[in-house]
Design a protein around this ligand. Structure first.
Ligand SMILES: *Cc1c(COP(=O)(O)O)cnc(C)c1O
Length: 447
């Protein structure tokens, strides 16, 4: 019988060496983008090609075709630039084969994840006793929070609450979560403005509060970086007894920068919060956190029951499986914890401030350019701007050329009905020189 044992230490050493190279050098750029990848991947066969050949396929065929998110000019979407300490912990975690769902099995891994959750709750301003867990992404965090907000509630007619109210700039995953839950979505406000309590009042007036699963506000809208008026929204929700979920998947990290904290006033009043360490807290995919003011409600909503789980479902246990839509789970908060231990929390403050400063530099250069024009002042680290005279096709052509030449990954979006370019700064290794390279390419481009 074939033994699944890595007997060949050489290949393990090769992988380690490749990782060290990847983490110490500037990330390698892809020269081909999705849709232009023609690699001859090995067939899946009955006998297999061996661990070394499989590794070589990954290293030489698969990895080089991707545009790595930690490249300093990966500025499309919301990327992610993990610290070496986090990456090493993540790689070792796979080898450690830890089941991260329960204290009984995971031991101190649960305590380490709890410490990382505690740090997140702390900088959000959550009270003692707040808690949560790490899930695969902001989408799963948002779903888990909304399921908790609905748990055990009934309308006067005996049905479960059926409406999720979300600001117009809310992330697409809120709609997905509502669809999974069989809920309707009611949208408040306008997509290009932060949501205000005044936008919600007429919407909530028209609804039975018992039928509202939650109001979802954004703290850092993905498209614009806008932060909704959280304090007044929290007050309105408290007055009406409505669950408030704040989606801070991307933007929450900016609370580490003292100059930006005020923008988030009121987030500590939310019943639940999503924040993704795999976006702007330098942790590898996948790592998102769902946090609750009252974790007992999440436990009631999410703990799974079966005879074979009686051994772990001890009421005194702190089981990460109990706080979200999952059972088996990777202890994916460990890389964040290891990185915080290694680098210290001040390094996080510095790194976030660097990203914000680079975004501000980009905005200033765009403002000063005759060919470029800001579409809006950037609230956080997302910068939206226009190339004067370009239409959607011009942007698409330039973006494709920038990607395939390895210059950078920058993609257009739509803001206030117009196609614009969007730069999202979440990598502290992105420099002013990187910004200059991209902006000069835009100024010079003939499309
Ligand atoms: C990215 C994002 C999400 C979704 O998170 P995933 O980790 O991609 O599932 C949700 N909300 C906001 C505001 C986001 O920026």
């Amino acid at each position: 019988m074939h033994e699944f044992v890595a007997k060949d230490h050489k290949v393990l050493a090769d992988v380690a060496e490749w990782m060290v190279g990847r983490l110490s050098d500037q990330p390698v750029v892809a020269s081909r983008g999705p849709g232009e990848v023609h690699v001859e991947l090995p067939e899946l066969t009955e006998d297999g090609v061996g661990t070394e050949a499989a590794w070589e396929s990954l290293r030489d065929m698969v990895f080089p075709t991707a545009f790595p998110t930690d490249h300093p000019r990966y500025l499309a979407f919301v990327g992610g630039a993990p610290t070496p300490a986090a990456v090493l912990a993540d790689a070792a975690l796979s080898a450690a084969s830890i089941y991260g769902g329960s204290e009984l099995e995971a031991g101190a891994a649960v305590a380490a994840e709890r410490a990382a959750i505690g740090w997140l709750c702390g900088f959000l301003g959550y009270p003692e006793g707040a808690h949560g867990t790490f899930v695969s992404g902001g989408s799963m965090a948002n779903l888990s929070a909304l399921v908790t907000g609905r748990h055990g509630r009934r309308t006067a007619s005996g049905s479960a609450p059926g409406v999720v109210v979300v600001g117009a700039s809310g992330h697409a995953s809120i709609r997905s979560a509502a669809a999974i839950m069989g809920c309707d979505v009611v949208v408040a406000g306008s997509p290009d403005q932060p949501l205000r309590a005044a936008d919600l009042v007429p919407v909530l007036d028209a609804l039975d509060p018992a039928d509202v699963v939650a109001v979802v506000a954004s703290a850092g809208a993905t498209n614009t970086g806008a932060v909704d008026a959280l304090a007044e929204i929290a007050q309105l929700c408290a007055d009406r007894g409505i669950w408030l979920h704040v989606d801070a998947a991307y933007g929450g990290a900016a609370m580490l920068a003292p100059a930006y904290r005020g923008l988030f006033a009121g987030i500590d009043q939310a019943d639940s919060v999503t924040i993704d360490p795999h976006k702007w807290l330098f942790t590898p995919y996948d790592c998102a956190a769902v946090l609750y003011r009252d974790p007992a409600l999440a436990r009631a909503a999410h703990r799974q029951h079966a005879h074979y789980l009686d051994a772990v479902n001890d009421d005194g246990a702190d089981n990460p499986a109990d706080y979200a839509v999952h059972l088996t789970r990777r202890a994916r908060g460990l890389p964040l914890w290891a990185s915080l231990v290694a680098n210290g929390t001040n390094a996080y403050v510095d790194a976030i401030e660097r990203c914000l400063a680079t975004a501000a530099y980009a905005a200033k250069q765009i403002d000063a350019s005759a060919m470029l024009e800001l579409a809006a002042e950037p609230p956080l680290s997302v910068v939206l701007f226009r190339r004067i005279g370009w239409d959607a096709e011009d942007y698409a052509r330039w973006s494709r050329r920038a990607r395939t030449s390895g210059l950078g990954l920058v993609t257009p979006t739509v803001h206030a009905g117009q196609t614009v370019l969007r730069l999202c700064f979440v990598n502290p290794r992105t420099t002013e020189a990187d910004v200059d390279m991209l902006l000069e390419s835009l100024e010079d481009a003939t499309v």
